[in-house]
Design a protein around this ligand. Structure first.
Ligand SMILES: [Zn+2]
Length: 272
């Protein structure tokens, strides 16, 4: 088992081409992954294999897709103030499945969303365009669809624009290094997300990809009865193998770890 988990952001658009637009990249990549003889499968299947220490042959050519931060463009079209209409990740997947039903029979992606409504509002106003892209109206429909699942990307991303993040401690997740902070960012966030999405998250994506010793080796393994998470994802660019820690599962990020189709071909063929 050597599986790449890919990560895209639907709201970060820095130009209209592949490198700076996840919508353009995702549409191209679904075709590219199939052309390389690989198949997109749900994240949960890899989590199950990792926890059971299975090395199923069905996982040999697998690729997993994830979306971070949970803007509504994971599920719905948006009109970007600078780069115009974008289809949204769900429509890209749905169109691909309709046109090429045999390429990825279990096509699926996981959206990692931020729990706190006020934090999302502040991010929308201060980091985006104030167009209500960070609302949670779409979570139940996305979760009920067969193409997307909603999982947790923390309470407030420990983003410095959010109320309650102490001055000087924001914009990184390493400072979440004690029980009270971890309980808030992980257990409380999952409870809150479940109230909207309809299902309690079981996978956590570390904001900024930042994992620390406390979270990986104490909080996640020791308090599992409380938080009910099964694994946690970083953004260290590497593959999931049987030796991967369930609390530090690596991922490759579009725009950071690959910027063109050739680099993605190398990643999905185990050459990164
Ligand atoms: Zn994030």
């Amino acid at each position: 088992m050597q599986i790449p988990i890919l990560c895209y952001h639907s709201h970060i658009i820095t130009h209209s081409g592949y490198t700076g637009n996840g919508h353009v990249a995702l549409e191209a990549d679904l075709k590219l992954i199939a052309a390389q003889g690989k198949t997109v499968i749900p994240l949960t299947r890899v989590v199950r294999a990792l926890l059971a220490q299975e090395n199923s042959p069905a996982l040999e050519n697998a690729v997993v897709i994830t979306f971070d931060d949970g803007s509504k463009a994971d599920y719905l079209p948006i009109d970007h103030p600078e780069f115009g209409p974008q289809p949204g990740f769900y429509a890209i997947m749905s169109n691909h499945a309709a046109i090429y039903p045999d390429q990825h029979p279990d096509l699926h992606a996981t959206s990692f969303v931020i729990a706190c409504p006020n934090a999302r509002h502040n991010m929308d106003q201060k980091c985006l365009f104030g167009l209500n892209w960070m609302n949670d109206d779409w979570w139940p429909q996305a979760e009920a669809s067969h193409l997307l699942s909603i999982e947790s990307h923390s309470w407030d991303h420990n983003n410095s624009v959010c109320d309650g993040v102490p001055a000087g401690t924001g914009d990184q997740f390493y400072s979440v290094n004690n029980y009270a902070m971890a309980d808030h960012q992980i257990r409380e966030a999952a409870t809150s997300i479940a109230e909207v999405s309809g299902r309690r998250p079981e996978v956590f994506a570390y904001p900024y990809g930042h994992v620390n010793q406390y979270l990986e080796h104490e909080y996640f393994p020791d308090y599992q009865a409380e938080h009910a998470m099964r694994c946690a994802l970083t953004t260290k660019p590497d593959y999931v193998t049987p030796d991967t820690s369930p609390w530090a599962v690596p991922r490759f990020v579009h725009g950071e770890h690959w910027r063109d189709p050739d680099a993605l071909i190398a990643i999905i063929n185990g050459q990164a």
